[in-house]
Ligand binder design. Sequence first.
Ligand SMILES: Cc1cc2nc3c(=O)[nH]c(=O)nc-3n(C[C@H](O)[C@H](O)[C@H](O)COP(=O)(O)OP(=O)(O)OC[C@H]3O[C@@H](n4cnc5c(N)ncnc54)[C@H](O)[C@@H]3O)c2cc1C
Length: 249
Amino acid sequence: MFHSAPKLTLISKPVFTEPAHLPVHWLGESSDGERLAEFAGRLCYMSQRNPANRQTREYLENIKRQGHGSVLEHANYSVLAEGISRSLTHELVRHRAGWGYSQLSQRYVDESEAHFVIPPAILDDPALEKSWKSQMETAQKVYVELVEQLMERYSWVADKVHRRKMAREAARGVLPNSTETKIVMTGNARAWRTMLELRSSEGAELEIRRFAVAALRLMQEEAPGFFSDFEIYTADDRREAARIAYHKV
Ligand SMILES: Cc1cc2nc3c(=O)[nH]c(=O)nc-3n(C[C@H](O)[C@H](O)[C@H](O)COP(=O)(O)OP(=O)(O)OC[C@H]3O[C@@H](n4cnc5c(N)ncnc54)[C@H](O)[C@@H]3O)c2cc1C
């Protein structure tokens, strides 16, 4: 099977429990994650009274403008990402600060029926797709043959789970970068902002850029107070990209 777009599912978000002895004068619409960050920010100055009468999302706008990124670190979001390639996750996991990852293991999981992700630059060009798909099919066929041969070669290994792992970890060497993978990624709102800024920009590789724009939409819907300063636009290369208003180094 071939994938032509990522599938992203938000699987975890903050649940905020306001301490009864420090109530905040909340204003405006907000999610638990946004209220958690506002609560943490207000604690610094004990300004729970909300003297400026700011709505939560106005308050967070000011936090972003001033670059008080640490306040955003309290809110963590987990996303299950599927329909993305191993080359994409190779780049994704370079984002370390504030991130946790768990990715499908090619040593344990049988890839005989692996899926592949069509690189965006190849997508919708019949000739390019044909040539690319034939390479994927060949690689998969060789993978299956290698696993069988390796299972034979190491038939003396009594533990079958271990033998399979030995076979798969060697055979995966012929699987291409385009092999589909799945990853659970958890990051705090500050870490998400940094990753999304870098990977949704025009300089990013096309597949991770498409992924970052999709992730940005998901996060903007969940917690606009953290991501409202990103603007999605169509770049000169006719693909979507995003830019950020409040860049933080
Ligand atoms: C368009 C693009 C092209 C790229 N090309 C390449 C490439 O060709 N080759 C390649 O290897 N990588 C490449 N990268 C990856 C890049 O070098 C970074 O690894 C990646 O963007 C993650 O950034 P980061 O290290 O700032 O992220 P994080 O690890 O999440 O760090 C975030 C921030 O935390 C701070 N920080 C984190 N760790 C430390 C530390 N140990 N010491 C001090 N401060 C720290 C820094 O301020 C850092 O910016 C590319 C990235 C992009 C966006």
